[in-house]
Write a protein that binds this ligand. Structure first.
Ligand code: FES
Ligand code: FES
Length: 248
């Protein structure tokens, strides 16, 4: 049995070597960490592992064994971090779905910047490089760049921000709840198996082993009659199961 600490509290990790860190975090009720691309591209799932930002959608949960994990809920738990205040004051968010990942990465950048450069203001290029692993589909980049620059310069040290957006505090602390964060009794999670190649004919699709897994409620093929896939990401089959880990 292996364990980690998450936001200072002990957490036993599953023995399953395929269990992903993000699923363990979210299944434990810390839903501030968001799953978006699931492929290491968008940064929404970023957490700190021994203080270093990592994308939890690609990391096996076992990689956290013996280490210290910090999620957005643990950032500024003792009081808002200057980066969180700056995001609120500059309205550096819209829907807020990307915000936890940006904030976690930006706090690591801020803390290391302040330790070495004091209250100098980082350039736009330096901030862009630090946040290059993150995507904001709402396009809140102007506010994000301003917020990180001013947090690093010390402008938000020790002050309470005035936020133009009512729900800003919930969104920068990971407390905002979205539909994907709500779990009802008996609810199923769906996962779609997609093509990894751009053009191929599927010569065999055996769904029986997936249907036999405990917790799987339904598996359906999604191929057309010609069994062809014509683009990367073309749907092949869909699975509904008691949780995402089982569906995967
Ligand atoms: S969800 Fe992990 S990088 Fe996009
Ligand atoms: S605020 Fe909506 S994706 Fe960034």
């Amino acid at each position: 049995m292996t364990s980690t600490t998450i936001n200072g509290r002990p957490l036993v990790l599953p023995d399953d070597p395929d269990a992903l860190l993000i699923d363990v975090i979210r299944e434990g009720g810390l839903t501030g960490t968001k799953l978006v691309c699931g492929s290491g591209v968008c940064g929404a799932c970023t957490v700190l592992l021994d203080g270093a930002p990592v994308v939890s959608c690609l990391l096996p949960a076992q990689a956290a064994a013996g280490k210290s994990l910090t999620t957005i809920e643990g950032v500024g738990a003792a009081g808002l971090h200057p980066v969180q205040k700056a995001f609120m004051a500059h309205d550096a968010l819209q829907c807020g779905f990307c915000t936890p990942g940006f904030v976690v990465e930006a706090t690591a950048f801020h803390d290391s910047w302040r330790a070495t450069k004091g209250t100098a203001t980082p350039s736009r290029e330096e901030i862009a490089a630090a946040l290059s692993g993150h995507l904001c589909r709402c396009g809140a980049y102007e506010g994000i760049f301003r917020a990180v620059a001013e947090a690093c310069s010390g402008r938000f040290d020790g002050i309470e921000p005035i936020a133009p957006r009512l729900e800003a505090r919930d969104k920068v602390t990971g407390l905002a709840r979205y539909t994907v964060d709500i779990h009802q009794d008996g609810q199923l999670e769906g996962v779609i198996l997609r093509a990894h190649v751009a053009h191929a004919r599927i010569t065999g699709l055996d769904l029986a082993p997936a249907r036999a897994i405990a917790g799987v409620a339904a598996v359906v093929p999604l191929l057309d009659d010609d069994n062809m896939v014509r683009f990367v990401g073309a749907p092949i089959a869909a699975v509904a199961a008691r949780d995402r880990r089982t569906a995967l």
